[in-house]
Ligand binder design. Sequence first.
Ligand SMILES: NC(=O)c1ccc[n+]([C@@H]2O[C@H](COP(=O)([O-])OP(=O)(O)OC[C@H]3O[C@@H](n4cnc5c(N)ncnc54)[C@H](OP(=O)(O)O)[C@@H]3O)[C@@H](O)[C@H]2O)c1
Length: 229
Amino acid sequence: VKTVLITGATGGLGSAVVRRFRNEGYRVLITVRNGHEHSFTGDPDVLSYPVDLTVEEEVETIFRKIASEHAAIRAALFLAGGFAMGSIETTDSTKLREMFSLNFEATYFLSRLVFQHMLTQPEGGRLVMVGSRPALDAADARNKLAYALSKSLVLKLAEIFNAEGEQKNVVTSVIIPSIIDTPTNRKAMPKANFSRWVTPEEIAEAMISLCSEKSKAWRQPVLKMYGSS
Ligand SMILES: NC(=O)c1ccc[n+]([C@@H]2O[C@H](COP(=O)([O-])OP(=O)(O)OC[C@H]3O[C@@H](n4cnc5c(N)ncnc54)[C@H](OP(=O)(O)O)[C@@H]3O)[C@@H](O)[C@H]2O)c1
């Protein structure tokens, strides 16, 4: 059985991704913030590990436990993150640090441990991170300053991991979604044309491919998944 570790599993994207990997026959390990409810409770194929991903010591402790309980980790998907509006005028250090912590540190603290672990696995491994369109496209970053900056670090981190992981078959991919068709987004933008948005299921399918044998020849994959928006 292949094992996948998934963060942000309780989110709008995460629940579809967990379902898809479970249906593919993976053993699914999810991180959950202490005490937060989730719909996979009691599911024997989904094992949950409580951790606040922005607290480095907690991440180190939980990863030691995960690595001791599961010999090989085939894939790790870093979905935890968040969004905030903010212009150049309104983005002060507090707002900057909030996004840095939620989008960059929550990915970095765990992925650096997973990456090092995968380097020691004879078969390597696959990491998948989630960027965002404003991190690539400055015109889209207007009024999303801290968000765009924090996500651009995730893109850079993936590049650095790939430079180091190349010889060991450890490949880090990035998915760059535009607006995802989640219940939260539908509620926030009730008048939008939802059919133009990329769906969590489409992203989950791409992640399956990125972690499968099909991706053997792919290096530094970056997938823009904008749907038709
Ligand atoms: N939604 C979009 O339109 C969109 C567009 C582009 C990119 N993205 C990116 O895609 C990813 C998933 O988005 P989403 O819409 O599924 O987000 P979401 O519904 O807000 O879910 C965020 C997930 O991250 C977890 N999380 C947040 N802070 C955490 C922490 N400190 N420790 C552990 N877990 C934490 C949340 O757990 P709790 O349940 O405990 O809160 C939740 O599972 C994010 O990285 C987001 O930036 C989203």
